[in-house]
Ligand binder design. Structure first.
Ligand code: T4K
Length: 394
């Protein structure tokens, strides 16, 4: 319990948390069940290349999303690369900048040009009204990102893609357990990509998944993620190796089993943060539209420096000093990172204003409600003592 500014770890006080509290502590589920699955794989001698656990994981993800196909991959970034390759994208691909660098890097790595579009301040997702003016005769693709599991403007983007004959993908890295209305994310556009990185709501250690309802595209993506092998062990084209291993799938199945409990814990933490932080001067909890389901993996507060008296980054520094590893998902955003800011500088005022304010707080089943209360109390304490903290930092 801090009673004076001297108690803040940034100014020499004892850390509020002995063990680091992180945003993305993996949700690994029932360890005994994981070991059991691993034993089966080890006993069978089948460790990768479309083994039974990967097949089961793919079927479970397809079932979970209601989509026809899932091709599991070794991470989400390479899933995006495989999708772009399989769709034959060339030239320019329009996407938001308020995302993780991987959305753009995957395209840039293939020699494509990411073209960044500004966002809708209500959600932080791409603003469909600004997409069309970015379309040129070199544009072949459009990528919507379901930021923090909120559906991008799916219907509007579908209309634009159809009108201009663009391939529409969704980066659903944050999308497991989330929906657009009653329909789970995963079945929209040409295909969607999930990430199963350690810090995601469902983890396979590292991993990703391409989900689609398009039979031909699914086949092509499957070939592409496996060197370009066709059915007869003759390569059809130069693919890559993006396959998921059996150990990863064992983790994925176990983590997926735990998904309802993970979401319930996340939701409780989200409500608690909102109750404790909303209403503090200059702080606003980012609200998720109740029309859609969300996994509440991202507890985002938006900091208005002028009203709050502290910048987002000062609050971040204070939290980190006290062993709370809050994150700035996503700031700086992608157009501010290399190589984009040098190669193709753009002005995205809504993105800049939005990303400058975001602060993501720890959650997950391993975080206790007492810890959420303590983190919130730390933030409230800092804001209450903003003038003195500013003076110390001047
Ligand atoms: N598109 C979007 C919109 C994405 O957000 C991402 C990934 C991708 C595409 C690409 O998907 P992948 O290729 O990654 O499958 C993390 C993750 O590495 C990244 O997967 C994720 N987005 C992004 C939002 O967050 P960083 O740079 O914040 O650092 P990292 O990996 O160190 O993890 C963050 C925190 O999670 C750590 O502070 C501690 C905790 N953590 C992390 C790991 C790896 C753990 O507690 N245990 C762990 O094992 O990127």
């Amino acid at each position: 319990m801090k009673t004076s500014v001297d108690d803040l770890a940034l100014f020499g006080g004892p850390m509020a948390f002995e063990k680091t509290l992180v945003v993305g502590k993996p949700s690994t589920g029932d360890r005994a069940k994981f070991y059991e699955r691993l034993e089966v794989a080890l006993d069978s001698g089948r460790l990768t290349s479309g083994g039974p656990l990967v097949k089961e994981f793919e079927a479970r993800i397809a079932d979970h999303t209601g989509a026809k196909h899932c091709v599991a991959t070794c991470n989400g970034t390479i899933a995006l690369e495989v999708m772009a390759r399989a769709a034959g994208l060339t030239g320019e691909v329009i996407m938001p900048s308020m995302t993780y660098v991987a959305t753009a890097h995957a395209m840039r790595y293939l020699g494509l040009t990411p073209v960044f579009c500004d966002l809708d301040p209500a959600t932080g997702c791409i603003d469909p009204e600004q997409v069309e003016r970015l379309i040129t005769d070199r544009t072949t693709g459009l990528v919507g990102v379901h930021l923090w599991g909120q559906p991008a403007a799916i219907q509007e983007l579908e209309k634009i893609a159809e009108l201009h004959n663009l391939t529409l993908f969704f980066d659903a890295a944050h999308g497991i357990g989330c929906s657009f209305g009653s329909q789970p994310l995963g079945g929209f556009g040409k295909a969607e990509m999930f990430s199963f990185h350690a810090a995601k709501v469902v983890t396979t250690f590292e991993g990703g998944g391409i989900v689609t309802n398009d039979d031909d595209f699914a086949q092509l993506a499957r070939y592409t993620h496996n060197f370009g092998w066709g059915e007869e062990h003759v390569t059809e084209f130069a693919g890559t190796n993006a396959k998921m291993s059996e150990a990863s799938a064992a983790m994925g199945l176990t983590s997926l089993d735990a998904l309802p409990a993970t979401i319930a814990a996340n939701r409780a933490h989200y409500e608690q943060y909102a109750a404790l932080l909303d209403g503090l001067p200059g702080l606003e909890m980012h609200r998720y539209d109740e029309e859609n389901r969300n996994s509440y993996q991202y507890n985002v507060v938006k900091v208005d420096e002028e009203e709050c008296g502290l910048s987002r980054d000062t609050i971040l520094d204070l939290l980190r000093a006290d062993n709370v590893l809050a994150q700035r998902y996503f700031s700086p955003c992608v157009h501010e990172c290399e190589p984009y800011r040098t190669e193709r500088p753009v002005s995205l005022p809504a993105t800049d204003a939005f990303s400058r304010r975001v602060l993501t707080l720890p959650t997950g089943p391993s975080v206790t409600s007492e810890q959420v209360r303590e983190v919130s109390a730390l933030v409230a304490f800092a804001i209450e003592h903003a003038p003195e903290i500013r003076k110390r930092l001047a």
